[in-house]
Ligand binder design. Sequence first.
Ligand SMILES: [Fe+2]
Ligand SMILES: [Fe+2]
Ligand SMILES: [Fe+2]
Ligand SMILES: [Fe+2]
Length: 400
Amino acid sequence: MTFNPLRERGIPLDKQLRNWRELNVTPIDPDHADPYTRCRIITMNGIEVEAILFSHQLARHCPDLELKQQLARVRYIEAQQQKAVNWLLPGLASVLETTIAYEQVAVDLTAWVARMEPDAYLKQAYQFGVLEDFDHLYRYANLYEMIEHRKAEKIVDGLTEVMPGRPTYLHHRDPVDNVREPYDRENTAPISKLHALTIMSAEQQTMNFYMNVGPTYMEPIARQLYQEIGLIEEEHVTHYESLVDPGESWWEMLLNHEYNECYLYHSFLETESDPKVKNIWELHLNMELEHLRLAAELFKKHDGRDPEQVCAPELPAPVTFEPNKAYLRELIATQIDYTTLGTGYVQEAHERFEKMQDALMGGEKAPSERIIDDNRAKSGEEYRLQTEGEHPIHSLQSHR
Ligand SMILES: [Fe+2]
Ligand SMILES: [Fe+2]
Ligand SMILES: [Fe+2]
Ligand SMILES: [Fe+2]
């Protein structure tokens, strides 16, 4: 049952172009789809967007015309894949519903990666970050109840709990403290490189999304909450991208990107519940195998090494969307008061952190605090979805 994507044959590149009819995918049913199908779609959109942006960056550093032409050909296919994937989302969802789904992805994908990550320092980075996106989900769920009069359980479907994590206003750190140490590309396990790319891409997509959709709301509190959390997603991209060894050559980075696309499409092919969506994962896996073969050729030629030296010899266990409730409760109970200092973690509010907090807050409560107050005032109580009992931290148990 081992699958080595470096040894598999995919669809030849000149057979990968799709016409309008083939690109016009049928979206998932907004009311009856598995929430984790939507999570897989959002994840793959983030991965395809990163594939496109990375390829553009590489092209901008590439003086060789023929190479640039080859990059453009593959990148056009990545752009078609992105369209096919993201257009699986139904048009009915509001911006805030999509936002809640994005935070659900951040929670359950990062928690899964944290559980599976073999390196202790990298694992800590995921454990640290997941408690923040967990709290974002709670803040947006309250905004959703307040301005759209609907409940986030319609979206997360009881698979992910909605309650306070590390309070959002405490996520605003001095930017210096968001930079982590990278893994060492020579010694790290191949799975660790894939994890870092996956979470970086997911956070980048969330950052981009909030940048653009935040001002589409009329309500001042909604506009402000998107500004606040948008800035935190910038911190998260800084946090996760700094885990990647910057000593990787462009060709090694390209190889890792294509390998990761194979890994994720294969993972989702194995775990997908919706047969129509599963067909897309399978088609895209077969396209990615060819992208990987082309990247491997470039790597051999320009990096002078064998791809088998840097990639996993077979695909690791599939990335799986599943509830992580007990794991998250454990992290909340033990790591809620963590912040960062330099490239490490501490439990006290140090000077640089306090300085940033004072400068940003300007003597006012953060929008993420005000939204809870406002919703309590309007709906009688704040919104939570605690399927496993009371909050693990006594002071954060529900106010009545
Ligand atoms: Fe792709
Ligand atoms: Fe978030
Ligand atoms: Fe995030
Ligand atoms: Fe690709």
